[in-house]
Design a protein around this ligand. Structure first.
Ligand code: F0G
Length: 458
């Protein structure tokens, strides 16, 4: 059997007008969008694999929670429900809600980083790194070298290179390190997990040097599931138990609740340190909202409390990851170059190998997203030089296209249509040319940059 049993059936459906669009209409749509899939209208899209963020399907219990949400400005019952759930699942003492993940990253960076301080990270996530730098911190990569090699099948590409971390600490001095930042199921490397063994080693260093360790637990359940499947000694533990063990080895976290929390909007930061909490409460009222809603509606906090409990169940995560694995396997069968091993929430195409004749300065991954859309109405996302290049920092060199699967939202038929479309693009790949950037926004340029084709779209 390819995919595991879906632990649910379908009660509500959503029609996708983009299914009826002709190729000629898609060609006009992508040209109008400046060849950037972020600028397409969702009605122009058939299967939306742009992101798994805020796009997952909610359960009947979550929808009921939306009705039960307490919209009190202060002291909302739904906040306390969410706070209790986060405490139970992750064990942190204090929880501060934010409107989404980047709101939490903003507050953490403002509070925990002094100008010039270094933040060692296992690769980067766009918004996390941006907020670290906005707080005048210096992002430094300490990921294992395997994370940079799309062909390497190392099972824990989210690991920190312990020697690199120690070198950074020794070179800059403990006082100049703000905190160690570690992301679960590293998005930019293909949804790749860290091992608990590696996390424990990082934790030992963080304790030894008294440097806080903060996690990004946005996709913690996929990371926990991979530990259960791949790491010795964890096969009998539940995803929930492993997730709890992960958070035990840290001082706090940020979370974009739009992924493993299965809500449309929301996030939080959580911590054990009382001073950090006090500062976070002071800052959240300035940038997000009162500390008992932080930019979230009561209904979303209610749905989040329920969503976290649901999605931390083994059968939910296992089914989701098996969908991703199926997509990866079918693409590989057709010889399409993807990042290995396949990650938790997404399959990444390796655009450098897919369009090996297009130099990276001509944005092969961006062009590939446009071609996939043109071929089949499937929306994917560039995760290459457009997303990665940032000021004068050296770029990690990956040139990927991400196919992120929203949770509980698509059938196997959808996955097969995606595979067929990409195979068609693959067959005509040698006729595809690059792009030139015609508009570049100042920050997080991938969201709004515009391009023009170097060659004609076929
Ligand atoms: N951390 C990780 C690992 C993320 O993947 C994201 C968002 C964030 C933080 C920021 O959270 O969007 O709620 O402000 N990732 C989305 C994605 C955008 O498509 O991967 P946010």
């Amino acid at each position: 059997m390819y995919m595991l049993k879906p632990p649910f059936k379908i009660k509500v459906i959503e029609y996708t007008p983009g299914a009826a669009l002709t190729r000629a209409k898609r060609a006009r749509a992508i040209a109008r969008a400046g060849y950037n899939t972020f600028l397409l209208k969702s009605d122009e899209v058939y299967i939306d694999f742009l992101t798994d963020s805020g796009t997952s399907a909610q359960s009947d219990a979550q929808k009921a929670g939306l009705e039960l949400g307490d919209e009190a400005y202060a002291g909302s019952r739904s906040f306390y429900h969410m706070e209790k759930t986060v405490r139970e699942l992750f064990g942190y003492r204090y929880v501060v809600p934010t409107h989404q993940g980047r709101g939490a990253e903003h507050l953490m960076s403002r509070i925990c980083i002094q100008p010039g301080q270094i933040i060692p990270n296992n690769l980067y996530f766009t918004t996390r790194r941006f907020h670290q730098e906005l707080a005048r911190g210096v992002w430094v990569d300490v990921a294992v070298s395997e994370a940079h090699d799309p062909k390497n099948t190392f099972p824990f590409k989210g690991n920190v290179d312990i020697k690199k971390l120690l070198r950074v600490i020794k070179r800059h001095g403990v006082k100049n390190i703000a905190y160690i930042s570690m992301e679960a199921a590293v998005n930019m490397a293909g949804g790749q997990p860290f091992s608990l063994d590696n996390l424990k080693k990082v934790r030992r260093i963080s304790k030894q040097y008294r440097i806080p360790l903060y996690l990004d637990i946005t996709r913690i359940f996929e990371n926990a599931y991979f530990i259960q499947q791949r790491e010795k000694g964890y096969s009998k533990k539940t995803v929930r138990e492993i997730a709890r063990e992960i958070t035990l080895f840290s001082d706090g976290c940020t979370m974009s609740a739009k992924k493993d929390g299965v809500v449309n909007i929301g996030g939080f930061l959580a911590m054990n340190d009382r001073d950090f909490f006090r500062r976070a409460k002071e800052e959240v009222v300035v940038f997000e909202g009162l500390h008992t809603y932080g930019g979230m509606a009561g209904r979303d906090m209610e749905a989040l409390a329920i969503g976290l409990k649901e999605f931390s169940r083994d059968e939910e995560v296992a089914y989701y990851v098996s969908q991703v694995a199926y997509l990866g396997k079918e693409l590989r069968k057709r010889g399409i170059p993807i990042v290995l091993p396949v990650g938790g929430h997404a399959v990444f195409l390796d655009a450098k190998r897919f369009l090996s004749h297009i130099p990276q300065e001509q944005f092969p991954a961006e062009r590939l997203t446009a071609e996939i859309y043109l071929e089949s109405g499937v929306r994917t996302m560039e995760r290459g030089i457009v997303s990665g290049q940032h000021g004068k920092e050296p770029y990690d060199g990956l040139e990927l296209v991400r196919l992120a699967i929203p949770r509980r939202a698509y059938h196997r038929e959808h996955l097969d249509i995606v595979v067929d479309g990409i195979e068609k693009v693959f067959r005509r790949r040698k006729y595809i040319k690059g792009l030139k950037m015609v508009y570049e926004p100042k920050s997080l340029r991938f969201f709004q940059a515009r391009f023009a084709p170097v060659g004609r779209m076929k």
